[in-house]
Ligand binder design. Structure first.
Ligand code: XIL
Length: 489
């Protein structure tokens, strides 16, 4: 039984051994129950990563392997929604090299394994940082020794995962708010050149990974972000390897900078990618309704800033549910910073960000393939459903874009579909979306994607394609769904 409703943190902590479950989702389920699932109450979207992928971006999450082991709901959401995984702590220096030359890989390996098992990328975080740095390293005073230690650490960690990491935060939080260098042990002992040395070592250890510099309070145009801008510009001019800049974006409700997008764009214009790497938006707790409403708009703004910039590779959320967020420990009296509440109900923020990235609504985001009473079981044979297809064609002289709405006009769910679209002579499919497309003669065949396989009675899914044509761009059709002719209205 995969579908369950867990009420509150108490039930959450016992979910594995004795799940407090209330079954729902069967034929008698009320509409409100029908949107409750292991993915979070109120979540009725396709996997968010699928929407991000359609615009060539990734949606990421800070991930802790021990939470995935102890909390199946955390795990389910991490598996379903995210296409790039950042280790929340497992790849940091204190986790990987707690004693000099003695490496511990169990947790970091688990992060990489989880990502690979779920066809997700890994975002490496982080190689050189003053925080979560073991005392033995923080106490070094001899430049030659610290240089060796830093390069050995980079070689060991980046080398171990070479080929498995999409991007590394090579250096984290190297600047003060006023734009000066942070007086970390690396800065004090090695001087300004340590950042360049770290990036060169990282490139040598993993030539495939993109190499990023990451920081906080850099989301708007200010002294700190300008210091990083100047560093990137200098690196680019001197061919020092650097590929990307991470903006942590640990934000406060109501304070999304107005020039966020402009700031991202100026970095992209230098020839690097940008990413929102650690998004959360905190407020005083308990949260007020007004703050939650503002926060939802704030999430929208941050995602929109990224989605508006070519070269912004995506957004990573710094966690899933408030119950494990780092915020209350570090900012006492604050929290409620993530899109999922303590009990995994979703905040308005989730709906806003889903809308920005173009996530489609689904009637059952969490179909249970093993439950014979689940009306949306994807293994059910297709029903004898009736269908309607409404085509909308925008043509130019040599081609057109067709958007099709497929509606289930019958009384049983369609579980898995194949739509055959008749074409006039001389039309050639060039690209399709939201389905698998192929062309055979004068027919295009569109098969459901995993996330839109089910069309409940009265519901619709949208798909589309581009085609070129010679001669006429006359009406498309006929349309048949699983062999059944569809109405065209
Ligand atoms: C935080 C983690 O979320 C906590 O679990 C840990 O105790 C402290 O670090 N900037 C970063 C992240 O780059 O690594 C930090 O993560 C949050 C601030």
């Amino acid at each position: 039984m995969k579908k369950f409703l867990i009420t509150g943190a108490l039930a959450l902590s016992t979910a594995l051994c004795a799940p407090a479950v209330i079954a729902f989702g069967g034929p008698d389920a009320s509409p409100s129950e029908a949107t409750q699932s292991a993915l979070g109450i109120g979540h009725n979207f396709e996997p968010l990563r699928d929407a991000a992928e359609r615009s060539g971006r990734t949606l990421g999450v800070a991930y802790a392997p021990h939470l995935a082991s102890s909390d199946s709901q955390y795990r389910s959401i991490a598996e379903r929604e995210f296409s790039i995984i950042t280790a929340e702590n497992a790849m940091k220096w204190d986790a990987t090299e707690p004693q000099r030359g003695q490496f511990r890989w169990t947790e970091a390996d688990a992060v990489v394994q989880f990502a690979q098992d779920n066809d997700a990328e890994v975002y490496g975080h982080t190689l050189v940082w003053h925080s979560q740095l073991p005392q033995w390293a923080a106490n070094l005073t001899d430049p030659a020794e610290l240089r060796t230690v830093m390069v050995d650490h980079i070689n060991s960690v980046a080398g171990r995962y070479a080929g498995d990491i999409a991007a590394w935060d090579v250096v984290n939080e190297a600047f003060e708010d006023n734009g000066s260098r942070r007086q970390s042990v690396f800065q004090r002992v090695l001087g300004d050149g340590y950042i360049e040395e770290a990036f060169r070592a990282a490139r040598a250890a993993d030539p495939e990974a993109k190499l990023c510099i990451n920081d906080y309070s850099t989301d708007w145009i200010n002294a700190k972000s300008t210091a990083i801008y100047d560093l990137v510009k200098d690196f680019k001019e001197r061919n020092v390897p650097i590929d990307c800049v991470g903006f942590q974006s640990h934000l406060i409700v109501g304070q999304v900078p107005t020039n966020f997008q402009q700031n991202l764009q100026r970095f992209v214009d230098l020839g690097v990618d940008v990413r929102i790497t650690e998004l959360d938006i905190r407020m005083s707790t308990p949260p007020s309704a007004a703050n939650l409403a503002t926060q939802a708009q704030d999430y929208r703004k941050v995602f929109q800033a990224c989605w508006n910039v070519d070269g912004c590779t995506g957004v990573t959320l710094w966690g899933i549910t408030d119950s494990y967020s780092w915020i209350p420990q570090v900012f006492p009296g604050q929290g409620a910073a993530l899109p999922w509440n303590d009990d995994y109900s979703t905040k308005a923020a989730l709906g806003e960000l889903a809308e920005v990235i173009g996530a489609q609504h689904v009637s059952d985001p969490d179909p249970d393939p093993t439950d014979p009473t689940d009306p949306t079981d994807p293994t059910d044979p297709p029903g004898d459903a009736l269908c309607a297809v409404v085509p909308q064609v925008n043509a130019w002289n040599t081609g057109y874009t067709a958007n099709l709405t497929i509606r289930n006009t019958g009384s049983v769910a369609i579980n898995g579909w194949e739509l055959t679209i008749g074409l006039p002579e001389g039309h050639q499919l060039t690209q399709g979306w939201s389905a698998e497309f192929s062309q055979s003669g004068n027919d295009i065949v569109a098969s459901n994607a995993a996330w839109n396989a089910t069309i409940s009675p009265g519901n619709s899914v949208g798909i589309g394609f581009n085609a070129t044509y010679q001669g006429t761009s006359a009406d498309l059709g006929p349309f048949t769904l699983n062999g059944i002719a569809c109405d065209e209205s």
